[in-house]
Design a protein around this ligand. Sequence first.
Ligand code: AMP
Ligand code: ZN
Length: 470
Amino acid sequence: MALRFFNTYSRELEEFHPLDPEGKIVKMYTCGPTVYSRAHIGNFRAYVFEDLLQRHLEARGFAVHRVMNLTDVDDKTIRGSRAGNLPLQEFTAPFKEAFYQDLETLQIEMAGAFPAATEERYIAAMIAMISTLIERELAYQADDKSVYYRINRFPKYGQLAHFDLAELRPTGRVKSDEYDKEHVGDFALWKAWAEEDGDVGWKSPWGRGRPGWHIECSAMAMSLLGEQLDIHCGGVDNIFPHHEAEIAQSEGCSGKAPFVRYWLHCAHLLVEGQKMSKSLGNFHTLPDLLAKGYSGREVRYSLLRVHYRAPLNFTWDGLEEARQSLARLDEWLRRLWEAARAGNLQAHQAKTIADDGFAAALDDDLNISAALGHLFEQIRESNRELDTGIDSARALSWLEWWGRINSVLALEATETKPNEQIVRMAEERARARGTRDWKKSDELRDALNALGWDVRDTKDGQLVTPRVRA
Ligand code: AMP
Ligand code: ZN
């Protein structure tokens, strides 16, 4: 089956073909976090979905050029920096750092670039775009000195969100309570400096001010990826107005359509039926969950296992299920390694297991439930083989097959090498066994178990592996 995705723009499943004439390079832009606090795992549902998408595209032979922005200037970052009495950059820096750490813990591939909105070159790009929009009468400076996008001049406005803006389109000039705008739907491209902005602001042809959030993404995407992108992602809350505005700005400037060929949006992570969000206070950060004893890959699995367009409920049971599924996976891998090592590894050659069911399921708009269903079905099958005994070569073949799947799932335990202390304890246990001191040997095994390691006695000696939790 051809690779296909559900495009928010058309509301249809469409076959995927990148713009690259050679069909190899995929230009992908993903809206990143606003760095005024630590991202919560609701945000990470979006980033894990984007990671699955990138990894699957790579597994299918595409070269993905991905950009993820960091929003480091907006109302919330300014408020935080003022409350903390810190310059904006100093206030946001630790949250950027924390974000990179969380990406690593969740095994999310690093984007090719993480541009931050306040970098001079992007501020310059935003100012240049706004100037072009004004020249084309797609934007205007209002009496409040801010610059707004004139949505009435962009007939496609509303098409991504499938909003009928007709009823919002008044004949005369409308004054909203907040702004001096021509139309209530006009959005800010440049926000004139106000008292509460403190020392945050840049010089511009329209006076001191700062960019609006939407123009940040258009400018960074186009500076780094060009005028047209293949894929743009985010959570469904980004569709309107953020992504709608990005289309209006980018196409308004470049004159090229479409700005984005495939729009992919993930449904929210919910807590008791409501979106997990900072403002509702119903959120967990990754460190919160790590402190409760869950691992990064357990959290990754729990966010990954439901189709990206289906809402996902965050529950502790969900995390427990993730733990159990991973334990099954770990136990299977341990058995395969044991079988593989039992023979002469050099003498055998793995035969590729041709089964492609996992990737084929993902080709269908990232159908992860079908893909995982297939994986666990194959694990059952291979466990049956292990029960009856398999040779080294067959075990290696399964491991090679898993390696291909893991390049997409990134769920294999990374801590597979025991540290020095563990090695010393295992050696001592081997000596105890050598002197038939069973009591000591058992005590050391229990101690190793308690530290998260399993130890097994094989004909080649001890095998120390990460402990598989039941
Ligand atoms: P923000 O920092 O609020 O701009 O959000 C960053 C990214 O996380 C955006 O793509 C949002 O759509 C996404 N996001 C925020 N909350 C959730 C949630 N509860 N579930 C899934 N995605 C979310
Ligand atoms: Zn964005």
